[in-house]
Design a protein around this ligand. Structure first.
Ligand code: NAD
Length: 422
């Protein structure tokens, strides 16, 4: 890990992009970087054995310049305020780079969800909503799933919000189950969005997905769905990992089998018939494309020189530190940055929100077709600017995002008055 915290890394990248954009208004730049509001909450629950436990949770409302705050909720033992602030900042630039009318926020609870029963997890989720419901809402702040949270978690949150606010408001969270107002295509959206970006970038370089080999770190919503889409397109998935172990087969892994194994709750460390490797193996695997799809701060100055891939598709948020980024750039490894590559999830979350607000139900094909257009348009704008400014895709994406956020802040006007977040 880099010595810098995740939020400092976010700030460093915004500063570098501001220099390229020629944004010299220091006060405006500070407003673009600084969270508008931070909520820290204590979350009490009654354990199955009757004892009481208290967990710490956060909701960071980073920017509402372009619309209501939007961003997932993470359950993980390493969740810290610094991490949630960074994740919230990345959401603000992500919604801006794909140009959807939303801002950025993020939430998290410091907890190891594997140590809680299903009843305890439901209690934790409802108790968290009890703490934050007054400061969120369909026109204020709209949470969604992230690491270790899923459609079941979102259904509990929506139900608890309806109970507390005494009204049905499905648009208060996205990533719900279809039965509870979720959108078709949300489950695969992050992977599909990444696939569209990769397809366009490889195409521009005269390459094709079906001739490639792929290594994937993390085999949850983002990573496993990416494995399915990439192998369906003819790529050979040669290495994958979860938090317990990696499996690697140069001839290609049986993706459908591994997905079925994980969906039953299995860990790769318990997989029979495989030569198991350490969980970071995919980062250094012999493959054309590396897909980090686990957590932030994985590709660092300490291991960037061992990356063999020519392309990196960042489905995880913040997987590459700025030092590693510079090393990869020197070696001409093409990094398709998180705020573009994994934006498919928030784009379809936006579609879910629109459907909820208008009591509509869109077909999966409709959702996928709209997503493909949005992602390709965003990629093209980023690629164009990267060429024009001779900048990395990452910095080009940040330039586009901060210019849009700056324009929204300026358009609010109100000369001389600091305009507070919604
Ligand atoms: P998830 O909980 O569904 O899956 C995470 C996976 O990563 C699991 O397989 C876990 O075992 C694995 N993992 C954790 N630590 C690891 C390690 N050290 N080495 C190898 N594997 C490890 O989470 P997800 O929703 O797929 O999210 C993964 C990443 O993608 C996160 O950075 C998240 O912020 C980002 N992301 C997710 C979405 C989404 O819609 N789910 C959208 C945008 C970005």
């Amino acid at each position: 890990m880099s010595s810098e915290g995740a939020f400092d890394r976010f700030s460093t990248t915004v500063d570098a992009a501001a220099a390229i954009a020629g944004l010299r208004d220091a006060a405006l730049l500070e407003r673009i970087k600084t969270p508008e509001r931070i909520h820290e909450v204590s979350i009490p629950i009654v354990r199955d054995d009757g004892s009481e436990a208290i967990f710490t949770g956060y909701r960071v409302q980073h920017s509402s310049a372009r619309g209501p705050y939007k961003g997932g909720i993470r359950y993980h033992p390493n969740v810290t305020l610094d991490e949630v602030k960074a994740l919230a900042g990345w959401m603000s630039v992500k919604t801006a780079v794909v140009d959807i009318p939303l801002g950025g926020g993020k939430g998290g609870i410091t907890v190891d969800p594997r140590r809680l029963s299903k009843r305890e997890l439901e209690a934790l989720t409802r108790s968290y909503m009890e703490r934050i419901w007054r400061v969120i809402g369909p026109q204020i702040d709209i949470p969604a799933p992230d690491v270790n949270t899923n459609s079941q978690t979102m259904d509990w949150l929506a139900d608890e919000y309806a109970r507390l606010s005494k009204g049905n408001a499905p648009g208060v969270v996205t990533g719900k189950s279809i039965a509870h107002g979720g959108s078709a295509g949300r489950d695969t959206a992050t992977a599909q969005g990444g696939f569209e970006v990769l397809h366009a970038a490889l195409g521009a370089a005269g390459e094709n997905i079906h001739d490639t080999t792929v290594a994937i770190q993390g085999f949850g919503n983002a990573g496993a769905n990416a494995a399915v889409l990439l192998s369906a397109a003819g790529a050979r998935v040669v290495a994958v990992s979860d938090s317990t172990a990696a499996v690697a087969v140069p001839g290609g892994l049986p993706v459908a089998e591994l997905v079925a194994y994980k969906s039953k709750g299995g860990s790769f460390a318990d997989l029979p018939d495989y030569d198991l490797k350490p969980a970071d193996e995919p980062l250094h695997a012999e493959a054309d494309i590396l897909v980090p799809a686990a957590l932030e701060g994985q590709i660092t100055a300490a291991n960037a020189d061992r990356v063999k891939a020519r392309w990196i598709l960042e489905l995880a948020n913040g997987p590459t530190t700025p030092e590693a980024d510079a090393m990869l750039e020197r070696r001409r490894v093409q990094v398709l940055p998180d705020i573009l590559a994994n934006a498919g999830g928030v784009v379809v979350s936006y579609y879910e929100w629109v459907q909820n607000l208008h009591s509509e139900k869109w077909l999966r094909e409709e959702v996928e077709a709209r997503l493909a257009v949005t992602m390709r348009r965003a990629y093209e704008r980023v690629a164009e600017l990267a060429t024009f400014k001779r900048a990395s895709y990452r910095l080009a994406a940040y330039v586009i995002a901060i210019e849009r956020i700056a324009a929204a802040l300026k358009a609010q006007g109100q000369e001389g008055r600091i305009v507070l977040g919604r």
